[in-house]
Unconditional design. Structure first.
Length: 324
């Protein structure tokens, strides 16, 4: 597949995953409404994939699992999705952020719209940009320290089995259905900020992306540049949404690289930029796309096959928890 077709393919995959996640959200809303209406609305089975929106629950489950407390029985799919996304990042860089994540999809759509309207995207001064990028690592530490380091096995088990955690997915649904004025204002501000700036939330505030970036630095797959054929036009650096100076690197191993292929697709010297395994074996765009989709789908399929996907909460308990 010519590299110019990789971006349309990536956008198609983004849209497909966004549509799927919206469908999951609708099914979960119908599930919750059945119990809150005391059965007045039709029953819809709970879509376990909704737990992919609970990365903190996944981190709790991962910490408990590593400390010998077993698999989180309340939201096991959250742990499966977290492990799957970490595996994707280890194998294929932060491709989750640019191929699958709905926040990344919406943010990218916003700055592309901003470019069409304003004919340009703004950039912060480099020093300020670097300083602000550190915020997401600080936020990551604020999650890692109490959950992974401070909480012992007993505390983790008690929290995981608490009523608060049992309905964490419902609380998240309510957050989006009925946001406070402050929350709605922050979301609107970030959306508006995404018009002139490329991916401000992902770049500066997303602790999930920070974790995936650190894992991705161990990935054997990365963008490589052939210095002999490079014409030093600078287009690759200009189109990079994370402001990596691709033109001056032989191999891109930055935690900011989201594996979006924009630099490769826009390269004016055909073959100069490529995605390579261990710096040697070139990976085509279609193969990379298939690997992203198959790895993500495969991880969840393995979780379901190993019976660590469905919640242990019975419907009778949901009737009590949601009927309050």
């Amino acid at each position: 597949m010519p590299t110019r077709y990789v971006q349309p393919l990536r956008i198609l995959i983004q849209c497909a995953f966004l549509a799927f996640m919206l469908w999951l959200g609708m099914r979960f809303y119908q599930f919750v409404q059945h119990f809150r209406s005391n059965g007045a609305t039709a029953f819809v089975p709970r879509p376990d994939g909704i737990e992919g929106f609970l990365p903190i629950s996944g981190l709790l489950g991962l910490s408990a699992w590593l400390k010998g407390a077993g698999i989180n029985p309340v939201h096991p799919a959250a742990l499966v999705v977290l492990l799957t996304v970490l595996a994707v990042s280890l194998l294929l860089r932060r491709s989750f952020c640019s191929w699958i994540c709905p926040v990344g999809t919406i943010s990218e759509s916003a700055w592309k719209l901003g470019f069409k309207v304003f004919r340009r995207n703004l950039q912060l001064p480099k020093r300020l940009d670097v300083a602000l990028r550190g915020l997401k690592y600080l936020l990551l530490a604020l999650f890692i320290y109490p959950i992974v380091i401070r909480m012992d096995t007993g505390s983790l088990r008690d929290f995981i089995l608490s009523d608060y955690h049992r309905v964490a997915d419902v609380r998240l649904l309510d957050f989006f259905l009925h946001p406070s004025s402050l929350a709605a204002g922050v979301i609107l501000f970030l959306l508006l900020l995404s018009l002139p700036f490329k991916n401000p939330f992902c770049r500066y505030l997303c602790p999930y992306g920070a974790l995936l970036g650190l894992v991705a630095m161990l990935s054997p797959v990365r963008v490589s540049r052939d210095r002999e054929t490079c014409v030093s036009c600078g287009v690759c650096s200009q189109v990079c949404p994370t402001r990596i100076d691709v033109m001056r690197k032989r191999s891109v191993n930055s935690p900011e690289c989201i594996g979006c292929w924009r630099c490769i697709a826009h390269c004016r010297a055909e073959g100069t930029l490529s995605m390579r395994l261990a710096g040697r074996v070139a990976i085509s765009g279609i193969v990379f796309a298939l690997l992203v989709v198959l790895c993500f789908w495969g991880g969840t399929a393995i979780g379901e096959a190993c019976d660590v996907w469905h919640t242990a909460i019975p419907l009778s308990e949901y009737r009590v928890l949601l009927g309050r």
